[in-house]
Design a protein around this ligand. Structure first.
Ligand code: NAD
Ligand code: ZN
Ligand code: ZN
Length: 337
């Protein structure tokens, strides 16, 4: 089968013929039709984070397709089912996190396109209990980004605790941010979107943002404080320290700043302001299978629509370059023809 492979960190990916995976007990083999390109895949290919991925690695954690084969013991899925393989490839199922609805915090989890091979390939193996079915009316390309960008921002918005009628700031209106805006609107929130360039900000407004701020033209935190008196919550999906700093400072008293983006840096959090203004700072990592089912439901009902551009797998290195420069509007989804 054809796959895009990371052999060395920071080196271009190579398109290769690799062996089709064999399914074992409790596993399924998915014929991948589409796979979204998440900024996490770029971090993986660069070896950006303290915990490194396996090498060689087939990245991808927004892979969607049709089950070709089920392994021994799999009874709830069958060949022909349409599913997606999220970042949470599997978790132990037994620890306190798995037992309390926080499987995303399981210390013994595997991650698609990181600790195990992912969806930048014609076929991908998956743990049957952790794939999630795609609603019938969603096509593969539009569904793919929900498996990470969608579920992650949907969950992060839940973590903010923001209530209908309140303001939320979305820092970064890229792959994650453009769906975050839509989930926030669907939840009845007012949205301030922060990114740069007329194209991205126009898209943010089209998707429902009530206020847009160009971080290159003005100080985003000051603009948000001045225009709406600060937000009840901020979700930072941007990939740099300054955005996190500004996300923190755009929150009003008693508000919450949710860290989602993963730049390999520290987040500057002033103790004095955190204490005196009672601000909560919290991280949020993807979402559970339950969150994913809910996130897909919003897409199925047309309340959230991913903005996608399809590209062949062979263009992955150019796509990564574009992503690094922040030039992608919405999500790019790889297809395999
Ligand atoms: P992306 O490249 O599509 O989007 C990032 C956006 O941030 C771009 O539009 C860019 O212009 C914008 N940006 C850059 N600097 C900014 C600033 N100062 N203020 C506001 N916006 C700014 O990336 P993505 O796929 O959306 O992923 C974003 C980050 O989220 C990555 O670090 C990724 O690894 C991480 N991520 C985290 C989770 C999680 O569960 N926590 C899940 C998926 C991705
Ligand atoms: Zn992702
Ligand atoms: Zn566990």
């Amino acid at each position: 089968m054809k796959a895009a492979v990371v052999k060395h960190f920071k080196a271009p990916l190579t398109i290769e013929q690799v062996e089709k995976p064999e399914v074992g007990p409790g596993e399924v083999l998915v014929h991948i039709h589409a796979c979204g390109v998440c900024h996490t895949d770029l971090h993986a290919a660069h070896g950006d984070w303290p915990v490194k991925p396996k090498l060689p690695l087939i990245p991808g954690h927004e892979g969607v397709g049709v089950i070709e084969k089920v392994g021994p013991g799999v009874t709830h899925l069958k060949a022909g089912d349409r599913v997606g393989i999220p970042w949470l490839y599997s978790a132990c199922g037994h620890c306190e996190y798995c037992l309390s609805g926080w499987e995303t915090l399981c210390p013994n989890q595997h991650n698609s396109g990181y600790s195990v091979d992912g969806g930048y390939a014609e076929y991908c193996k998956a743990a049957a209990d952790y794939v999630v079915k795609i609603p019938e009316n969603l096509d593969f390309v539009e569904a793919a980004p929900i498996f990470c960008a969608g579920v992650t921002t949907y969950k992060a918005l839940k973590v903010t605790g923001a209530k209908p009628g309140e303001w939320v700031a979305i820092y970064g209106a890229g792959g994650l941010g453009h769906v975050a805006i839509q989930y926030a609107k669907a939840m009845g929130l007012h949205v301030a979107a922060v990114d740069t360039g007329e194209e991205k900000l126009a898209l943010a407004r089209e998707l429902g943002a009530d206020l847009t701020v160009d971080f290159r033209m003005e100080k985003a935190d000051e603009a948000i404080q001045e225009k709406v008196g600060g937000v009840h919550a901020a979700v930072c999906t941007a990939v740099n320290k300054i955005a996190f700093q500004q996300a923190f400072h755009s929150v009003r008293r008693g508000g919450t700043c949710v860290a989602v983006g993963l730049p390999p840096e520290d987040m500057p959090v002033p103790i004095f302001d955190t204490v005196l203004k009672g601000i909560k700072v919290v991280g949020s990592i993807v979402g559970t299978r339950k969150d994913l089912i809910e996130a897909l439901q919003f897409a199925s009902e047309g309340k959230v629509k991913t903005i996608v551009q399809t590209k062949p797998l062979e263009e992955i290195n150019e796509i990564f370059e574009q992503m690094e420069k922040g030039e992608i509007n919405g999500r790019i989804v790889l297809t395999f023809e």
